[in-house]
Design a protein around this ligand. Structure first.
Ligand code: URA
Length: 239
């Protein structure tokens, strides 16, 4: 049993103060009864909790899609730079949040932020082979030879071997590549192109598994994942 205000905050309904105001004004019911005391205790999994009549679909964890902007680091805290956790809207902030996977400071696009360690592990483990897609703008043209090198598996200068990856020309522009990789080595996409004599001038992640960056999210914007969104991450993953 937990305090009703704590449960509502944990589900992203609002900050502690906002939620307490909504409870006091009679917007919240537990099993059909209006509850006006924030300290009222409920069982989040078994009680039917509703806000303005809308029943809460309780989830122990939170899963956030962020359209990461350039200039913030994918970390929970950092002494020098703003982190993706710092820029979360207040209603999503809670203990234990971390970015599931890293994008470089200058990379934009799809980032999942959660407090569910098992979920993050399933998404990130190279053994699980969850595909990630990136759009890379380059300082030179993609050739058939480079596409074949990606297909065979790039080997970095230090001998590190990458798994076979897919490179396609994006939007008929030979200086823009659509890259699909299923692992997440440090600076992987940039280093793969460097091995082929090209530099990445802009990088954006657009998908993880079959979950695509929501085109309506502004840069820096966030939204909660639905259960379907979460499943899409693992579609096609037979491992
Ligand atoms: N590969 C990179 O080089 N950078 C990223 O941020 C993600 C993949």
């Amino acid at each position: 049993m937990d305090r009703i205000d704590k449960i509502l905050v944990s589900q992203g309904i609002g900050s502690r103060r906002e939620v307490q105001k909504r409870i006091k004004s009679g917007e919240v019911t537990v099993n059909g009864e209006i509850i006006r005391k924030p300290e009222f205790k409920a069982n989040a999994e078994n009680d039917k909790i509703a806000v303005l009549g809308k029943v809460l679909n309780y989830s122990e964890h939170i899963y956030i899609m962020m359209n990461k902007p350039a200039g913030v680091v994918s970390a929970s805290n950092d002494n020098h730079d703003k982190t993706v956790i710092d820029i979360l809207p207040d209603e999503y902030k809670r203990k234990g949040l971390f970015p599931a996977g890293r994008l470089d400071k200058d990379t934009e696009g799809l980032l999942i932020i959660t407090d569910d360690g098992d979920f993050a592990h399933r998404m990130l483990s190279p053994k699980k082979h969850v595909d990630k897609q990136y759009i890379a703008q380059l300082d030179g043209e993609i050739t058939e030879k480079i596409i074949q090198k990606f297909k065979q598996g790039i080997i970095f200068a230090d001998g590190t071997k990458c798994l076979p990856a897919k490179l396609e020309i994006y939007n008929n522009d030979k200086k823009t590549g659509l890259v699909t990789i299923c692992e997440g080595k440090f600076h992987q996409v940039k280093k793969m192109f460097i091995s082929c004599g090209l530099n990445v001038v802009h990088l954006q992640r657009i998908s993880i598994g079959d979950l695509y960056l929501d085109g309506n999210l502004p840069i820096g914007g966030c939204k909660l994942l639905t259960n379907l969104d979460k499943k899409l991450i693992f579609v096609g993953n037979l491992y």
